[in-house]
Design a protein around this ligand. Structure first.
Ligand code: SAM
Length: 297
């Protein structure tokens, strides 16, 4: 396989490198925003599960922090388990979004002010054990939602990656208790062959007596979230409980198809582009260090 083969197989991957985005995911947020315009007028933003940082780059560009730096009155806080290489105009935090202390840390960076917009593109490292992977992904989404509901101002927006699995309609119905508009959106840069989609939840309506992080800590949040799969009894559920969120495909039909293979311009076809940001903590880092020290066995 040639060095350019991934660039041809995935034009968004190639275009991301050409345009200076750290990951092809940037196009997902750009296409979602062009459909919903949810970044208009926002100034306090939290980007959860943000490494390597392409969404944060989009946010910094859109909110003007990338160019105006600390003079800008906007604040972007980006959180990930992995260290995020610095992005102008973005405050980065290496933290676990499932840990309760992360909420306090983010709040202190905002000086106690609520956020206008919280997003999460979270995905765990897959183990290959399907049930376990699905469970961890669900926990990650729950933690992102718990943080969002503790950080957002009334009327704020939450956007998160979901996988449209068997019980996704249950998720929509629970979200509809917290937000006035819940839409399932599929940007054109997200492969049609993948179950990935994004929930766009607008108009946050806080529940009276909301306990921050109560969704993940299992305290009484006022929501009737089941605590285990055994609690689900699908037959007893009313149509309201199993809601259907409107589905919106975002991005122009003339945009590149994420599943297609394209020919690069002849002048570019042999030119392989370097990554915009090399991984900060790749799993092979230790092996490389050992190889350098001559201690690799
Ligand atoms: N939106 C990012 C971008 O545009 O560059 C890409 C995000 S990547 C698909 C998913 C990220 O979720 C990974 O960087 C991973 O480290 C992060 N992640 C997974 N579990 C996490 C957790 N518990 N806390 C914080 N970040 C987590």
């Amino acid at each position: 396989m040639g060095k350019c083969s991934k660039d041809k197989r995935d034009l968004y991957y190639r275009k991301a490198k050409e345009q200076g985005w750290r990951a092809r995911s940037a196009f997902k947020l750009l296409q979602l925003d062009s459909e919903f315009n949810f970044l208009e007028g926002v100034s306090r933003v939290v980007d959860l599960c943000a490494a390597p940082g392409s969404w944060s780059q989009v946010l910094a560009r859109r909110l003007g922090t990338a160019t105006r730096g600390i003079d800008s009155n906007a604040t972007i806080v980006s959180v990930d388990l992995q260290p995020i290489a610095p992005i102008p105009g973005v405050i980065t935090l290496q933290a676990d979004i499932t840990h309760p202390s992360t909420l306090t840390n983010i709040l202190s960076l905002f000086g106690g002010e609520p956020a206008d917009f919280v997003c999460s593109d979270g995905a765990p490292d897959v183990t290959g054990l399907h049930d376990l992977d699905e469970y961890i992904q669900a926990q990650l989404l729950l933690s992102a939602l718990a943080l969002a509901t503790s950080l957002l101002r009334p009327g704020g927006t939450f956007v998160a990656k979901v996988f449209r699995g068997r019980d996704v309609d249950l998720l929509y119905s629970q979200l509809a208790l917290l937000f006035t508009n819940v839409t399932c959106a599929k940007p054109r840069s997200s492969r049609a062959s993948s179950l990935e989609a994004f929930i766009v939840c607008q108009g946050y309506t806080p529940r009276p007596g909301w306990v921050p992080m109560s969704l993940t800590l299992g305290e009484n949040s006022g929501l009737s979230l089941p605590t285990s799969l055994d609690e689900f009894d699908e037959k007893k559920m009313t149509p309201l409980e199993r809601a259907v969120a409107p589905f919106v495909a975002c991005g122009d039909l003339s945009d590149y198809d994420a599943d297609a293979t394209y020919q690069l311009d002849t002048s570019m076809s042999t030119l392989s582009l370097e990554p915009v940001q090399k991984p900060t903590a790749p799993p092979y880092k230790t092996a490389l260090e050992k190889k350098r020290n001559g201690t690799l066995r």
